[in-house]
Design a protein around this ligand. Structure first.
Ligand code: 5GP
Ligand code: MN
Length: 331
């Protein structure tokens, strides 16, 4: 836990503000978008002017989520009262918008990533939470309490749409409540969100049962080329532009491939490398005991003990060698 403010104090700063710009990490996932979307909708219900600023399109696989207040317009707010970064606690994870984050008068952060030393003026970073959406749920409870202070009005800020965003983020960051980060608290929050009338079956169909055929084709191609090292304990897969072209797929289709590799019998560490322009984006996962955050830290990456990543500024062959060497040294 790395915090210099309580969620109650963060709620106080948000309540006092009028204009709030929300940021998250590049290549947003369900937890990043869910956290931002839920917070933004709640702030608007409180009468605030608030937007989620991104510098890219929302990835197709999570585009069913609440994106009403996502904008790419850097001028949507100027000299705003608060910049708040969710599911992200370092400039390196949203470099294109760092200057806009700084432009806010006060800088807040709510995150659950273990790496980094705190971020912004006031931050609440708790790596024991499975998803930032759990923290945003708790922050909203503090906002409800703050709004209720000195008023008799009903203070429920979580509606069905907010609940859907939070549920989706918790669902994706826990691998449908499977990963070891799932706690009793995770289920308690999910239960409360379900009580708000969300259609969890529809969400799960959209997340897991709407796989495009092109995705299966590229996964087959990746699996065919994957290497299994250290007696099958390590799986290393990769995707290149040429492989995508041959499968008629796009890079988004390779999303989730890392789980396929990690799920294979006997695999403890899975690494997946994606060619992205001149660089290679690396994802790494551990199943039971390995610490992949430690492995990627030698490349300046980070994340969690069992799910981490980094970017290597090199070609695919060189990157594959570097990653295999780093995993070997870890073993
Ligand atoms: P993914 O493999 O899904 O991209 O990322 C897994 C986890 O590692 C996520 O929590 C993500 O935020 C983190 N992560 C991925 N890439 C990087 C990176 O380059 N730097 C840092 N600090 N964290 C990363
Ligand atoms: Mn997250």
């Amino acid at each position: 836990m790395k915090s210099n403010a309580s969620l109650k104090e963060l709620a106080g700063f948000l309540k006092a503000a009028e204009t709030i710009l929300i940021f998250t990490h590049t290549n947003p996932d369900g937890d990043a978008l869910g956290s931002a979307a839920a917070l933004c909708r709640v702030l608007r219900k409180m009468g605030k002017t608030s937007w989620i600023l991104m510098d890219e399109e929302v990835p197709e696989y999570i585009s069913f989520m609440d994106t009403e207040f996502v904008t790419r317009d850097k001028d949507c707010l100027k000299d705003h009262d608060v910049s708040i970064c969710v599911d992200c606690g370092e400039y390196g994870r949203f470099p294109a918008l760092a200057d806009k984050f700084d432009e806010g008068k006060l800088h807040l952060c709510v995150d659950h990533h273990a790496t980094g030393d705190g971020f912004g003026d006031h931050y609440y970073i708790d790596p024991s939470e499975a998803a930032t959406c759990q923290l945003i749920y708790k922050l909203i409870k503090e906002l409800e309490a703050a709004v209720a202070e000195g008023s008799d009005a009903a203070t429920g800020l979580i509606d069905k749409t907010v609940a859907e965003s939070l549920y989706t983020g918790i669902n994706t960051d826990t691998g449908s409540f499977q990963y070891s980060n799932t706690t009793a608290d995770t289920h308690a929050i999910a239960a409360d969100l379900m009580a708000h009338g969300i259609d969890h079956t529809a969400i799960n169909v959209k997340l897991y049962q709407t796989i495009p055929m092109t995705k299966l084709k590229i996964q087959a191609s990746i699996l065919q080329r994957a290497e299994f090292l250290f007696g099958g304990k390590v799986a290393v897969g990769y995707v290149t532009g040429q492989m995508l072209e041959e499968a008629g797929a796009v890079l988004d289709d390779a999303e989730g491939t890392i789980d396929m590799l990690r799920n294979i019998e006997g695999v403890e560490i899975a690494a997946f490398l994606k060619e992205k322009g001149e660089a290679v984006k690396v994802s790494m996962r551990a199943k039971s005991y390995a610490n992949v955050a430690e492995i990627v830290s030698v490349f300046g990456g980070g994340g969690h003990v069992k799910a981490a990543g980094c970017t290597l500024e090199m070609g695919m062959d060189e990157a594959l060698d570097a990653i295999k060497k780093a995993i070997g040294e870890h073993f």
